[in-house]
Design a protein around this ligand. Structure first.
Ligand SMILES: [Zn+2]
Length: 198
């Protein structure tokens, strides 16, 4: 796939996903986005719906487990949250992360990496990271080892002019943007940081 083709695909995902989908205020939007992601990942393999409840909040994570070439190895978990912020279509936060997640899933399904990859779309992350908290607790209780967890978050816009809600976020996301410059030829992660190629 050429870079312009990939850009077109990412843009198409973004247009489909970027809509109000706050877990409390836009439940219909959230359900619609959930079913879009389920459909897209479902074309690549069996998708597990992982329902959870944290206090008074409930949600549904979506998990696609790609076996890789060596299914017995500890998996890499790559995730993005699909619920959205209040009063926004959430194109950057986090339709951009989900768009990248869908393309990575497609790529890894067609060209299996050495180790298993779990593709996870988290629900209920904007308010307290509830989806990942629930899954992490279950994996820990089951003694499930992970090679690494990578969270795809707000990938659409990183530049020196970007405003952050909290100034300290610049130190995190600014550094990540710099790290992205040299990329792994296989998966586009930062060169040297990719656990699939190590
Ligand atoms: Zn976010």
């Amino acid at each position: 796939m050429t870079t312009p083709q990939l850009q077109q695909r990412l843009l198409a995902h973004l247009r489909e996903l970027a809509r109000p989908r706050h877990a409390l205020w836009d439940r219909l939007g959230l359900m619609s986005v959930r079913s879009t992601i389920r459909e897209q990942l479902g074309a690549l393999g069996e998708v597990e719906e992982h329902p959870f409840r944290e206090g008074s909040e409930a949600g549904t994570n979506l998990i696609l487990r790609l076996p890789g070439q060596n299914p017995q190895r500890a998996p890499l978990l790559v995730a993005a949250h699909y619920d959205g912020p209040f009063n926004s279509i959430g194109a950057d936060d986090n339709a951009s992360g989900v768009a990248a997640l869908l393309e990575l899933a497609q790529r890894w399904a067609l060209d299996p990496p050495t180790r298993p990859v779990w593709i996870v779309a988290f629900d209920q992350e904007e308010w307290g990271m509830l989806g990942r908290r629930a899954l992490a607790r279950e994996l820990r209780a089951a003694g499930q080892p992970l090679r690494l967890m990578v969270s795809l978050e707000m990938l659409a816009y990183t530049s020196a002019e970007q405003a952050y809600p909290i100034p300290a976020m610049r130190r995190i996301y600014g550094r990540w943007a710099a790290m992205c410059a040299p990329r792994c030829c296989r998966c586009s992660m930062a060169a040297g940081a990719c656990p699939m190629c190590a």
